[in-house]
Design a protein around this ligand. Sequence first.
Ligand SMILES: Nc1nc2c(ncn2[C@@H]2O[C@H](COP(=O)(O)OP(=O)(O)OP(=O)(O)O)[C@@H](O)[C@H]2O)c(=O)[nH]1
Length: 662
Amino acid sequence: MIRTISIRWLLQRLGDNRHSPWLVARSRSFFVRTLSTTNQVKGETEELSQAELLREFAHMPVQRIRNFSIIAHVDHGKSTLADRLLELTGAIARNGGQHQVLDNLQVERERGITVKAQTASIFHRHKGQLYLLNLIDTPGHVDFSNEVSRSLAACDGVVLLVDACHGVQAQTVANYHLAKQRQLAVVPVLNKIDIKHANPDQVCQDLKLLFGIDPDEVLRVSAKLGTGVSKVLERVIETVPPPQVSRDSDFRALIFDSWFDKYRGALNLIYVLNGKLEQNQDIQSLATKKVYPVKSISVLRPAECPVPDVSAGQVGLIACNMRNSKESIVGDTIHLKNQAVAAAGSYRPQQPLVFAGVFPADQSKHVALRSAIDKMVLNDSAVTVKVDSSPALGQGWRLGFLGLLHMEVFCQRLEQEHGAEPIITAPSVTYRLVLSNPKMIKQQGRDTMDISNAALFPEPHSIKEYYEPLVLGTIITPTEYVGQVISLCVERRGLQQSSVNIDETRVLMKYVLPLSEIILDFHDRLKSLSSGYASFSYEDYGYHPSNLVRLDIHLNGKPVEELCRIVHASKATGVARQMVLKLRDLIPKQMVQIAIQACVGSKVLARETIKAYRKDVTAKLYGGDVTRRMKLLKQQAEGKKKMRMFANIRVPHETFINVLKR
Ligand SMILES: Nc1nc2c(ncn2[C@@H]2O[C@H](COP(=O)(O)OP(=O)(O)OP(=O)(O)O)[C@@H](O)[C@H]2O)c(=O)[nH]1
């Protein structure tokens, strides 16, 4: 009976959500699994049907709940391990390691990386007792570290996964410290022990040296083959404490993820800290004070399974008619209507570091793009949105991201999941200026000004001090590449803070680097010069004084505001050269000669000329004196000079798009 209902419900959901690839993927995998596993759930909890497990869910005492995340550096095997754990506990049918079930976004499958943390509630029998484990598979790339921090807010422990071949990498260090800051229990696990050149003993020594982890405590698994995976669950149950929650007090929960459903509005993933929530109860948001009726509650296994209620310690998905990202705020606390509660947890989205303009290719698509951005922001709380406009590109938005990959993935998802085709301008960072001009101070209401759009850069005489954002980068590299890595960091204006030998073959270096120097291609350069072996991760290091200038582009002496940039004084000439060469290739020839100049103040740093179309005014001459020829050429030159004085250089819209976009 349950199976019949589920299939009908799923078919309906598949039909309903054909525009939501994420939900379709989820429902489809559940559909396939439901068919292939008949009514029984295979694996460790084989003897229990889905319905019985959901009944167990309702009565699960807090002491038998464990909430944990899998954290690791990129490609160390988090999603593969999550798959094996889901298979082992019967949440999904065995897929023979074919694909990663929790990486269900199109962009994740295409790029082979996790960009979104995904949750699954699984059951596991340990020493004769059934446990409920809420597992969160997190992304490994530094640009998605916001996903890791929001996941950790709903956890009491982590599985720290380390590749037994590549050892501890930069993001392993960053994620370990993140978990320690939140005082979470750490279960160290070495993965990929099946690979021939794996060196688990050496990696265990590194873990001891860097984090003080006892080598005997480290589990050794092969997520691909499933070797040793069941031990991970046992260790999680034994090491990770049950949630510190109370079921007797009033309901209170933390929203730690949300996404948009076409028919149900914003869906919120909640971690219940106190009490119990039942369907049809009224909940209130602590941030917006708005009240919503709870329309449905489900548990993710990893597909949605409806449940009547969700209690403290558990993770549930609720639909309550929230409409957009302004109502459904990740990090917000919800409680029952008209009850006073304290905020749940200390989770705050990370501050964006990289900014880019997003404009519709055609202004008639403005509303559609706004709605697409709104839905995407709901699913990615690290992105900030501000209205922006440009004379060349029209009305748009200035979006803030955690890094370049984050920006690329966001824009790819906009296209794939919402059919939007925006123009994305070149990324920039936010500079801070201390103003000296009293008028400016009055305008801003304070004496500092944060600026990411170079067109708004004030005149140098009204600026007292310039500040730029720095990051503290952690680089782990094999010793043979140390020289090249140091050269790259010096070229990018980096200052070394420390250098430690992890073992004879690898070095961990800390560098303070300007954010503007690493957002574009630093990671790619590092990977290519170290044959892919070096890894990099960074964290915010605040604002520090810098020597910045505004680089203006002039066409025949007239400044073009959209093309100006803020650059470090030492890099101005190089950037100026690049800009004028790019513009020379992109601006079409016109009737008059065009001088492209890149200037800082009145000083010209680079110049290129686009020659004018030239009519052969001497074509009609038949012989005669050379002075006649010279006279005609002189007349032509004078005419062009006059034209140059009065002509408006027309830069086509496409040229602006090509120069401004990445
Ligand atoms: N040989 C071997 N390969 C593995 C093992 N575990 C994972 N892999 C492979 O390692 C690659 C990366 O695995 P993923 O599970 O995608 O890694 P991830 O940590 O989730 O990656 P991100 O989410 O992008 O950070 C895939 O090609 C896996 O097949 C293992 O135990 N042995």
